[in-house]
Write a protein of this length. Sequence first.
Length: 263
Amino acid sequence: MIAERYPEDAWIHAYTDGSATNAVANGGAGVLVRSPEGHTSTAGIPTGKYCSNYAAEVQAIMQAASMIHDSESECPQVVFLSDALSALEALAGNKLPRLMEKLQELAKTRRVVLQWVPAHCGIPGNETADELAKLGAREEQPDNLVSFAEKKTLVKAAMRPQSTRDAYHLLERWQQVVIIRLRTGHCRLNAHMFRKLKLTPSPTCPCGLEDQTPEHVLMTCPQLKPIRDKVWPASVPLRTKLYGSRQDLEATTSFVSQTKLMV
C-alpha cells in the first residue's frame, strides 16, 4: 500500500520511531530518510535521561523534519511514516504546537503527509528506525527539560516500589505497545479508528455483533472464541488480562498475535 500510494520515485520517505527504557527513561529517536534521487540519511539520537516513549517519538518526527529541511533533495513531496499513533493523534488535535510549526515550515516548499504504519510488521524502513531509536537510547543522555505532565508520570514511576510496579515494564517493547493500546483504547481496532480518526467505514467488529473495542476482542467476539479458549481455557477477568502479572500480560499479547489483529 505504501509503495502504491507513495512511490519512492516521487516521494521522500521519512521513517521515524522513538523508545525509552521502561517507557520513562533514556530516550532515543530513530530516523531513516530516503529521497527519490537515491540518497539515504539516518539518525539515532538520545532524547534525554527523563523521557517517555511518546516524547521520543515526537522528537523523532522533529528530527526527520529538520533533516528533510536541510537536505538537497528537490522532491516536492514528503511522507512521514510513523507507528506512533498517539503522536499522530496529538498532531491532529493541535496538541503539539512546536512540531506543528516545524511541519508547517516544511510545508511551505513541499507537500507534507503524515502516514501511520503498523509497528513490528516487517516494514523495512520502520524496523530500521526502531533499531536506530534503540541505538540513540544507548548514547550519553542530555539532562533534558520535561513538561509538568511528563514530570508527574516520571516521578510516580520512580517512587513506586519495585515489588508493586506494573508488570508491563517487564515485557518486551512490542508487548508493551500492545498492552498500552488495549488499556487506553487508543488502538487500531475499528471503534477507535472510526470515531477518532475516521480511517475505517464503521466502528463495528467484523463479527457484526457490536463495536470492535479491546473488551469485545478480549472477552466476547465469537469469531475469536477458538483462540481465546486456547489461550485462556478457564474464565479470566478483563482486568487480569490487562493489568495482571507478567504471565497474564504475555498471555494477552500471545492472544493478539495469534488472532493476527493489528492493535
